[in-house]
Ligand binder design. Sequence first.
Ligand code: HEC
Length: 593
Amino acid sequence: MRRLSIVLALLLASATASALAPNDHVDNFRLFDHDGKSHELYYLSDAKAVVFMVQGNGCPIVRNALPRLKEIRDTFESQGVEFRMINANLQDNRASIAKEAEEFGIDIPILIDDTQLIGESLGLVRTGEVFVVDPRTWTVAYHGALDDRLTYENQKAEAKHHYLADALEQMVAGETVEVAHAESVGCLINFPETGKRAVAAHAQISYSETIAPMLQENCVTCHREGGIGPWAMTEYNMVRGFAPMIREVIRTKRMPPWHADPHHGTWANDRSLTAGQVQTLVHWVEAGAPRGDGPDPLAESTKVWPEWGMGEPDLIVEITPHSFPATGIVDYQYQRVANPLDHDVWVRAVEILPGDRSALHHVITMFGEEHPEAENPRRRFVTKGTLGGYVPGNSTEIFPEGTGTLLPAGSTFMFQMHYTTYGKAGTDKSRFGIYFHDEPPEHQLAGTVLMNTKIKIPANTKAHTESASQVLKRDVLLYSLLPHSHFRGTASDFIAIYPNGDEEILLSVPKYDFNWQTSYEFAEPKLLPAGTTLVHHTTYDNSAQNAANPDPSIEVTWGEQTFEEMLFGAVTWRYLDDNNDEPVNRLSRAGDD
Ligand code: HEC
């Protein structure tokens, strides 16, 4: 009996040992909320305090505490305190959380911890708990009940102790928080992976059979010798050394580089890990990244990366070499090269062979006509079409089945080249490979650009949204969407408003990253009937909190330089009925008038 109680006491101690305590460090994380918006903890570094309340659908304590939480929010928000809720419940999802928010008037973003990894590391125990993070140190300043008004099945008219309000008052005044912890009540959250047995199992996750193959499949295209990734996953020791960094980039959704909200659309080129893979990888790192038994697939890999992914191209174009410095920002380079062909060809695929994979961040290929006599410099090159591009890890572009692009004789290629420096100066000599159709394809690849050159982004603003739209004149089969903005772009979406008024979010990118110019390719082409309005939004962060912002103190308008901004949504499609007089491959403008 005595032994049993000792064991129980130990178990209890270990189960609560990981719970959040005052002064504990809080690692950074990024989560999407019930509205699909992205939130990063460390972005809030200019706040006086960050308050989280643990939310759970159906929990009476949370519902009952809400009005008071909102009162506190109304008092302290204007004093620089940020308020969020967080839901780590296994049984809740975005739709049910949105419904609860609607029903109970929750106007505070509810961050959804769908892998439970953040809740695990914060040591969340019950819904209704509050924790306050001090952004000066990223430590817990207060953890526990909001106040002492609520107990199970009981509530007082008035609280005696206002723990949260007192703590915030002290923090805003720059004082130390007097009561940093108070017991809290609420519904226990089920964390199946924090139990002793589960934690022991994490140490048994096989590097050889599980982790290395996962990395090979999802990371090594970039993280290899000569790849775009800053370090190569060549053996266990490399992965082990970078293990804490792997945990960080996964918790902040930086890697793998895929920025679409998984709730909208299914993508052929999806680079993301599944929730299960994310949990396995992070649990393995948190277990100390054990080597275990078995061979090392990363060290033993004999994979040879072919020079051209699809074999020798029909035409190889040498892009004008460009020298870049060791550090600093390189403005976009626009390289023009004459098309050497004296006859028209139908293009079925293209590939960019990067000269320096570490420096070359993206290429967008256009073709058009040169008009050197034109007075307006903008008119000296008239774009007639696009021929895909290059983003790290995705150098080939095979046009959708049965489609192609007509490349006219006498045209000029225009390559938009983006370089990022990496500590070593060099010269990039990239090449462009083109693969022809033997016969003209059934359909011409076409598309449009949703752009708005009238954008005006106010200075010192955290979120400013602009848009462009276009009404489709014909039925189209949509293939891909590419949102493009510069350093201040932080979120983008494409929405279809159908002729019957229904709206559908086709693509949402809650955390746009200028470094990754990803074209999102539909797994199944999407039919949009004539009369559909296609809308493209981009939200800009022109504040000092945006680490990429070159200057928050100026109003920003349209321009091709990276210190200027763009709202540019590139869309590829084909017309369902090709027999029309609609110009093909036209880079039409929308939202300009
Ligand atoms: C498409 C190419 C690509 C893929 C796929 C990719 N990475 Fe990366 N990774 C990069 C690049 C480029 C950087 C550096 C720039 C950045 O952070 O955006 C990077 C940075 C990192 C870093 C941070 C290094 C540092 O010190 O800042 C880690 C860790 C990392 N990647 C891990 C992974 C893991 C794990 C995967 C697979 C699950 C993965 N990456 C998939 C290209 C890639």
